[in-house]
Ligand binder design. Structure first.
Ligand SMILES: Nc1ncnc2c1ncn2[C@@H]1O[C@H](COP(=O)(O)OP(=O)(O)OP(=O)(O)O)[C@@H](O)[C@H]1O
Ligand SMILES: [Mg+2]
Length: 361
């Protein structure tokens, strides 16, 4: 079996990530789009590994043996048959458990993540016990976390770097919104305790990608058909609530020749509909449930910053736009904040929890 993983590796400075003893504190998020892992470097910085959660199998041209490619390389070289094992957010069945485990082990091996580690996983809040059990199977079957394995909600972990340099979020009462690829989650937290968790499939990053693909077809009068992967790339590179710029791209025609086109509306029309949906679900469904069932916490939390986490919170200007639209919807001022890198925040927060757990052990 081949174990090639092509990941983007970044180093971020993050004080206090090291923990105390010889056990390495690691944070992990196995996301439906990307897997992100954080661990300390020897000089106390944080090393972040970020790769697409996918694999592609191919046949060895000489031996006929089935081989696998993982991550970004698989997506780039086999766009026709790359598989995202966590497409729905969690491993759905035993096959996906196996493929996810195989993928995760390949990433662990390639990046030398130590077995002797305390690992904290940032896990989604979804009402899907079978799927969560399957994820647990992958987590417990992995070769890392020899010292300790714990899981915390993704939106709590993602709020940690938004509140400060340490674990301040765990002392707070606040509301967090996790804007992911397959789900929109919202929860209140009271000193780390999750209250009134809410999950919906309405208002998701994947839905934006599908809408962009449709709108591009419309905007180009049917001349351009892009898949959801290209749509995701358009969104990640160009969506911007502050200053969106129209952009051009070129497609190769099947019969030869190429076609250049410009996208002016498709990306931001889709983004505006997305944000409308997010605000609607957050303000009218989640918050009204919270107000009904936990009035005091609702009042407390709305006086504090609302934390936005997850990859979709990376879109420039989205935090201010969310703040404004929620304010309009509720008829009162609210404040919204996010970590510097909302797509990495859950993993960074999980890593800080791991460092703390490794200290108290
Ligand atoms: N700059 C960006 N970097 C990373 N992801 C981005 C960025 N901009 C937008 N996104 C989008 O954010 C989504 C991924 O968010 P995230 O990584 O939080 O999801 P996930 O945890 O894998 O998904 P879920 O929890 O919903 O199953 C994707 O739709 C992705 O395209
Ligand atoms: Mg997620």
């Amino acid at each position: 079996m081949s174990t090639r993983v092509d990941a983007e590796t970044e180093e971020l400075s993050d004080a206090g990530a090291t923990g105390d003893g010889d056990v390495v504190p690691v944070g992990v998020k196995l996301g439906s789009t990307r897997t992100v892992i954080a661990l300390p470097t020897d000089d106390g910085d944080l090393r972040i590994i970020r790769t697409l959660t996918c694999l592609a199998s191919y046949e060895d041209a000489l031996t006929g043996e089935e081989k696998y490619l993982y991550g970004n390389e698989a997506a780039r070289e086999y766009p026709d048959r790359v598989q995202f094992m966590l497409r729905s957010g969690l491993p759905e069945d035993e096959d996906r458990v196996e493929l996810t485990a195989q993928f995760f082990e390949a990433v662990i091996e390639f990046h030398d993540i130590p077995e002797d580690s305390t690992v904290v996983y940032a896990t989604p809040t979804i009402d899907n016990p079978a799927g969560l059990e399957n994820l647990q199977e992958v987590i417990e079957g992995s070769s890392i976390g020899g010292d300790l394995i714990e899981s915390y909600p993704e939106s709590l972990c993602g709020s940690i770097p938004a509140f400060g340099d340490d674990l301040e979020a765990i002392e707070e009462i606040f509301v967090a919104v996790n804007m992911g690829s397959t789900n929109l989650e919202a929860s209140a937290y009271r000193r780390g305790e999750q209250i009134a968790p809410f999950t919906t499939g309405a208002g998701t990053g994947n839905e934006v990608d599908r809408i962009i693909a449709n709108y591009v077809e419309e905007e180009t009068q049917g001349r351009v058909n892009i898949g959801v992967t290209t749509a995701r790339e358009y969104k990640e590179e160009h969506a911007d609530f502050d200053d969106f710029e129209p952009f051009t791209d070129i497609i190769q025609r099947p019969g030869g020749g190429s076609h250049e086109f410009t996208i002016e509306r498709s990306v931001m029309d889709a983004m505006n509909e997305y944000l409308e949906e997010v605000v609607e679900e957050f303000a009218n469904t989640f918050l009204s449930q919270l107000a009904n069932n936990h009035m005091k916490i609702y009042q407390f939390a709305l006086d504090r910053p609302i934390v936005l986490t997850g990859g979709m919170a990376c879109i420039p200007g989205i935090v201010d736009e969310f703040e404004e639209r929620v304010g309009d919807e509720l008829g009162r001022d609210v404040e919204a904040v996010a970590a510097d890198r909302p797509d990495l925040a859950a993993t960074v927060g999980a890593q800080r929890i791991a460092a703390r757990l490794a200290q108290v052990e």
